[in-house]
Ligand binder design. Structure first.
Ligand code: THU
Length: 142
């Protein structure tokens, strides 16, 4: 069996629920969490355009709500002309819960076309380690 079939099917099912009346660009995302469980989400647009939410963000919310904080892999599908790679903001969102080689799979209607590590999509990322607590020194401004 195709190892990504469950993610592909979950992303497709989520994509079918996309609320994208303004862009008509329908996106579905599915995450495999550390436990193996799959979490999915779709884009949800809004009449106040900037308040719309990407599919990846919806899927991450579902994962966090279920008590999981690590992405093993994520698959994204859209009805665009070419396989979708996550937007810049979603690369940052995915990075938060990933390691550098966590795979991001880009799918079209017929299956996965490309897989990249999140470290390739967002090199030199700012992330949780940058905010790690450290001892204050005399050099620190108040
Ligand atoms: N969109 C996503 O859901 N994920 C992405 O990675 C790129 C863009 C959505 C946002 C908006 O609803 C529509 O696609 C067009 O930008």
């Amino acid at each position: 069996m195709d190892a990504l079939k469950d993610l592909f099917d979950a992303a497709r099912a989520a994509q079918a629920r996309a609320y994208a009346p303004y862009s008509r660009f329908r996106v579905g995302a599915a995450i495999r969490g550390q436990s193996g469980a799959v979490f999915s989400g779709c884009n949800v647009e809004n009449a106040a355009y900037p308040t719309g939410v990407c599919a990846e963000a919806s899927a991450i919310s579902a994962m966090v709500l279920a008590g999981e904080l690590r992405i093993s892999e994520i698959l994204v599908i859209s009805n665009g002309l070419q396989p979708i790679t996550p937007c810049g903001a979603c690369r940052q969102r995915i990075h938060e819960f990933s390691s550098a080689n966590t795979k991001v799979h880009s799918a079209g209607a017929n299956g996965v076309n490309m897989s990249s590590g999140i470290g390739e999509l967002l090199p030199h990322a700012f992330g949780p380690v940058d905010l790690a607590r450290r001892k204050r020194t005399v050099e620190d401004k108040p």
